[in-house]
Design a protein around this ligand. Structure first.
Ligand code: HEC
Length: 195
């Protein structure tokens, strides 16, 4: 194959350039790859733009971000008890049961209209232990035994305690017949102490 015509036209210092035909296998590979390239280049760049490295990277980054967002969403969120209670308070439906329990259990010390007798007045903006729903519920549950306020966690169900919490909150801003002088400290609208 290689020893066909020898070209002598390029000759320098006795070094002669040979012009042999390229081997067929080499030419074969050359043409096959050239033809494949003609089709492959447009195919690679234009047929599936989403498979190009940059797009593929972006897609995988997006997928990962989505995965992370899911993991983040699946984490237990801190419970905002005050907001939960407030939503139930605003939803209503507790009024009747609450009033009945208040009349049975709380009236002796807090008066029928919440104006207070032995226990403090629930109608003003002053609270001894805080005016948030969670504060009121905590005091009903735990009581203040040293001051004569009973702990109700044994004798009342959690639902009853929740209803009473709402009832006491609803008394705030009402006008009782014989209001007891304010006790405790001033609270803001949300029930947080102002000082
Ligand atoms: C035996 C009397 C008595 C009864 C019955 C009673 N309380 Fe009280 N309550 C008190 C006294 C006294 C206080 C004040 C405690 C203090 O000074 O820390 C009080 C305080 C409270 C407070 C806190 C008020 C504040 O200013 O922080 C809440 C809330 C409360 N009572 C709810 C109730 C509910 C609800 C019932 C009925 C299930 C009830 N109480 C029944 C005597 C009573």
């Amino acid at each position: 194959m290689t020893d066909k015509p020898v070209e002598h036209s390029h000759d320098f210092d006795g070094i002669v350039e040979l012009d042999n035909d390229l081997p067929r296998w080499w030419l074969g590979i050359f043409w096959v790859t050239t033809i494949v390239a003609v089709f492959y280049v447009p195919y690679y760049h234009f047929m599936y733009p989403e498979k190009l490295p940059e797009a593929a990277l972006l897609a995988s980054q997006e997928a990962r971000a989505e995965e992370l967002a899911k993991i983040e969403a699946a984490k237990p969120k801190p419970v905002d008890e005050e907001a939960d209670l407030l939503a139930k308070y605003n939803a209503g439906g507790w009024e009747e049961a609450a009033k009945a329990d208040f009349t049975t259990f709380c009236v002796p010390c807090h008066a029928p209209d919440g104006g207070g007798t032995i226990g403090p007045n629930f109608t003003d903006d002053y609270y001894i232990h805080g005016g948030k729903l969670t504060d009121i519920r905590r005091i009903i549950v735990e009581g203040v035994p040293a001051k004569g306020m009973i702990s109700w966690k044994v004798s009342l169900k959690p639902q009853q305690i929740e209803n009473l919490t709402f009832y006491i909150r609803s008394l705030r801003g009402t006008t009782p017949a014989t209001p007891k002088a304010a006790e405790g400290k001033l609270v803001d609208e949300a029930g947080n102490f102002t000082e």
